[in-house]
Design a protein. Sequence first.
Length: 258
Amino acid sequence: MTATRLSVMTAVLAGLLSTGSVLAQHEGHEGHAGHDQAPAAKTPARVGDAYPFATCPISGKQLGTMGDPVVKVYDGREVRYCCGGCPKKFEKDLQQSLAKLDAKIAADQGPIYPLKTSLVTGKDLPEKPLEFVYGNRLIRLGAEQERAEFAKAPAKYLATLDQAVVGAQGKGYPLKECPVSGEKYGGDMGDPIDLVVAGRLVRVCCKDCKKDVEKDPAKFIGLVDAARKGEKPATHEGHEQHKGQEGHGGKDAGHGHE
């Protein structure tokens, strides 16, 4: 083999090795690209009830008038806004903003609070019980030291509170038909499903209707409140559309808290 041919073959072999190395590095880089990307931030899980009011806590405007409400969750607490500019204003002094919201919730839910006993101990509440808001729900305890016990199993105590609401409001429930679909309770749909939203019992005909209540709780709170006052309930605008939904039937017993 001449020196010239040996030199040419060496150069070709070196080129092939170099090309293979570049391709291997490129393939490895492509496979690693997705790994370098930060995972999308997960929306914090909500605790307790959805935001119970029809208006933005900053602007006071009706939710939905400026597009879909903007939803934020603070330590499990859901708040809904009219637009993207309001959360920053709310969060500027988050503690004070939540305190104002707490006061509004206490004023709203206080008159219909179902228990005269502590949610934790079961003992009679004092004249001035300890009040606080957890997951957009008013909670009343006998003393500050009971708060730590509540914090150990909040879902358990919220379920107990829900049961008390159903017991207090169920017997004289003012509606005879589902506020979402307009379907009368019972019949082919079976027994109604009891939801508790903002201290109100809201009875729906089936599990599909729970989604509607979750989407716009203030609307259905208003319907139940109006019926309790003896006012004529509003027309069920989505009745026909809801009747035609697939999978509308079926019972999913339980309250609003999982």
